[in-house]
Design a protein around this ligand. Structure first.
Ligand code: ZN
Length: 317
């Protein structure tokens, strides 16, 4: 090729380099492999170190402030929603902590845990699994999502919600237990936003060294299928089974409002397979939790969350 021809070729090609077709916009997706169980375990240790978090006590208020500060550092828009509701102890102050990552569309996806401890257990109750483990995993998930969102905005707005008052003081009822989630759903309905929620993914008791998820019957079938697929893809399908019973938990008010919801709970937290005898006892301590279990829970949740963002569980079938 002589110099003139080369020059001609370069001139002809030049405009092309300036108007390359834009790279196809990629989908917002989180990388499950980036969920770090050791980091979640360190998070759990710090959180449990704060002490008991019984609803309506200074310990719960302190835990709410802590969660707010932890997520603020990750770049999420943070809010503490303080409200007063009747409880067996009279009018009680509760606080939901909400981290928000705005998306480009109008839909919402909620990932949640409660953070309060069951009162009256004694023995310097840690609530390491119930509710420290899920609180730590949701904190890590929020951090992971915030880092990804700094590069590319998600399509759906992601809400990372920490509910107060999940534990009942006496008996579950209209004025006891599920306080934070009931209040949250009421607000969604009041603001006309309930129909915008694609799914609510609840984590509760997700750190047992012997991880055996027992997904309660009162979860949305489509989300169950997607969860089991996520577990299969993470090569931990055998740790997930369908529980033959319903479990009253923070996902329930969402289901009642017609919002697809699922509860990732391991309700076999005990001294031997099939038992749940550590639950709501002083035995629920950090020595029963493993970083590996937190990692599995986190990574499976990432895969489920990706599926929810990519698809829509509200669409039938
Ligand atoms: Zn509990």
């Amino acid at each position: 090729m002589n110099r003139n021809v080369l020059l001609m070729v370069l001139i002809l090609l030049a405009p092309l380099s300036g108007c390359r077709p834009a790279a196809q916009e990629s989908r917002f997706e989180l990388d499950a492999a980036q969920f770090d169980g050791q980091a979640a375990f360190a998070e759990l240790k710090r959180f449990v170190g704060l002490g008991a978090r019984d609803a309506g006590t200074p310990g719960a208020a302190n835990a709410a402030r802590y969660l707010h500060a932890r997520l603020k550092a990750s770049g999420l828009t943070m809010d503490i929603d303080e409200f007063v509701a009747p409880s067996p102890q009279g009018s009680t102050t509760f606080r939901n902590v909400i981290g928000r990552l705005p998306g480009t569309g109008s839909n919402l996806v909620i990932v949640a845990s409660h953070y309060d401890t069951k009162m009256g257990i004694g023995g310097e109750f840690q609530g390491a699994n119930d509710s420290g483990s899920s609180t730590a995993v949701v904190l890590e998930l929020a951090g992971l999502a915030a880092r990804a969102a700094a590069r590319q905005k998600p399509g759906d707005t992601l809400l990372f919600v920490f509910f107060d008052g999940e534990e009942c003081m006496e008996h579950y009822g209209a004025a006891d237990g599920l306080q934070g989630s009931r209040h949250f759903v009421k607000q969604l309905e009041r603001d006309g936003q309930a129909s915008l929620v694609k799914a609510m993914i609840l984590l509760d008791m997700v750190g047992d060294r012997h991880l055996t998820f027992t997904v309660p019957r009162n979860s949305s079938p489509k989300l169950m299928t997607w969860l089991f697929n996520a577990a299969r893809d993470e090569d931990v399908r055998s740790m997930f089974s369908l529980y033959p019973y319903e479990i009253g938990d923070d996902h329930d008010p969402f289901l009642r409002a017609g919002i697809p919801a699922i509860d990732l709970i391991d309700f076999l937290f005990g001294s031997s397979p099939g038992r749940n005898d550590y639950w709501h006892t002083p035995e629920d301590r950090i020595d029963k939790i493993s970083p590996e279990s937190l990692q599995i829970s986190g990574r499976v949740t990432v895969r489920l969350l990706n599926r929810v963002m990519e698809d829509d569980p509200r669409v039938q079938p």
